[in-house]
Design a protein. Structure first.
Length: 149
């Protein structure tokens, strides 16, 4: 007679499905860490390029950087042709070109073909910048929001 004998079942550990799910989650965490690192590296590169600019263009680029980050936090800063740019899913959406670097009369703030700015058969994709006024900042913010919508 088995009086008081308790039988216990030993766990075999995790099921195949649980192990597969844990592996997937580990891969997701690694991918997120890489994306965070890439975003941080991109931000550092953009800030370094802005720091190389002179005077009013540096101030304008700093302000644009802040406007874009506030208007479209999903965009990742990166350099593009040595200039500050902002990408979604690795594709540049908008960018800033220094007048000094390219020996032009004015700086340019532009959008690539991935920006959602389509309006009929004709719409602007680049804007000349001499200075950033409150009106210009508001327009840029609205355009950046629309570009990533």
């Amino acid at each position: 007679m088995n009086q008081g004998k308790i039988t216990t079942k030993k766990s075999k550990g995790f099921t195949d499905e649980e192990r597969a799910a844990m592996k997937e989650r580990a891969q997701e965490l690694k991918a997120e860490a890489r994306a965070d690192k890439d975003k941080a590296d991109g931000e550092s590169a953009v800030l370094a390029k802005i720091a190389e600019m002179q005077g009013s263009e540096r101030a304008m680029a700093k302000r644009l950087h802040a406007i874009i980050k506030a208007s479209a936090p999903a965009l990742s800063p990166k350099t593009w042709y040595g200039m500050p740019a902002y990408a979604k899913d690795g594709k540049v959406v908008c960018f800033f070109q220094s007048a000094q670097k390219f020996n032009t009369r004015y700086a340019t703030f532009g959008f690539s073909d991935t920006a959602n700015l389509d309006e009929g058969a004709l719409w602007p994709v680049a804007f000349a910048l001499k200075e950033l006024t409150a009106t210009a900042e508001a327009r840029i913010s609205a355009l950046v929001k629309k570009a990533v919508s």
